[in-house]
Ligand binder design. Sequence first.
Ligand SMILES: Cc1cc2nc3c(=O)[nH]c(=O)nc-3n(C[C@H](O)[C@H](O)[C@H](O)COP(=O)(O)OP(=O)(O)OC[C@H]3O[C@@H](n4cnc5c(N)ncnc54)[C@H](O)[C@@H]3O)c2cc1C
Length: 342
Amino acid sequence: MQTKNIIIIGAGPAGLSCAIELKKISNYNVIIIEKNPEISYKVCAGGISPNTFEIDIPKEIIDREFNEMSVFTKTQSIFIRENKAIVATINRKTLHEYMAKKAKELGVKILFKKNIKKINNQSVTTSLGEKFEFDYLIGADGSNSIVRKNLNIKTKKLLTAFQYMIPGNYSHIEFHIDPDEFGFSYAWVFPQKNVISVGTGYDLNFSKKDFSVMDLRNNFETWCKKKFNLENAKFEAFSINYDYRGFEFGNIFLAGDAAGFASGLTGEGIRFAILSGKDIARKIINPKYKVKEIKHILKIKKRGENLVKLINYNEFLGKKIIELFAFFLKTKIGKKLAAKVL
Ligand SMILES: Cc1cc2nc3c(=O)[nH]c(=O)nc-3n(C[C@H](O)[C@H](O)[C@H](O)COP(=O)(O)OP(=O)(O)OC[C@H]3O[C@@H](n4cnc5c(N)ncnc54)[C@H](O)[C@@H]3O)c2cc1C
């Protein structure tokens, strides 16, 4: 096999999984270029579904596992308990460090403190003028992707997401769905090891005219203060791109949030970043590969985002659908339905 140069921008889950897969199945030179000075934390609640265990995340690096969770709506409190884990939490730095170690062992080079500013069909250039030539480029550079911008791909569907990281421990995973407080989205409580992520995310394109991002933040903060002591909490915010418009553009590919693979329903993106990165590696090595993971992600995204559209179509109807959906979560059929969009 002829050796080629592959440049991946971004050492997050999408970039790292792509690099690992490329090295597993080829002898290509794989370089990850990362703007941070080291493998870093990313603003995230760290919630993962047990399906993610099946994609190379060992249980040893999981923070906490839960076989129960609570869903609260305006009129219902639903408690779900299973005899196996249904949600887990992970620290993002731990995840990235684990994946980076694996990538390095396979021969991937990771270059830090290099902020890519310019891109053409053969090379990328950093803010300091360093140039790297490539045969293939993968933009795994997150929601504000410079590779995506360079391809002139618009981003219209974005979740504005924020969270408090509150020092301490909490026993429960919770979802709070209250359209009057958070719009047609939800607030989460995801306990990690010694810290609790409490946050919300919403696509403001769906909001009423007089509901701004500041209203969402104020409502969230008031709600949060009733439940938790925020004195030593850290406020964090970032966007989640779920505006998928393709992943393959000649010799340039987009993976993870850069491509908009996150779910517009839940904001979940770690699993989809890992899977899309893997599939892109397989596609580069074998152009006939049918990208089965990406097709699966797109199917889940479509179902979830259709549900979001339906809920937002009419406020009265939206509230009824949420209550009905929550009610059915107690049943086997409801759980099966939920699994199709999550
Ligand atoms: C508040 C919040 C809570 C969330 N909670 C969850 C959750 O509970 N579960 C879940 O599954 N998902 C969650 N997500 C979504 C999840 O964080 C993303 O979907 C996931 O990080 C996408 O991975 P990625 O590898 O595509 O991008 P990222 O993780 O964003 O990684 C991109 C990397 O590229 C680097 N980079 C960017 N630009 C450049 C450049 N120009 N040059 C060099 N390097 C660059 C960045 O430094 C970064 O390391 C949450 C997101 C937010 C904002």
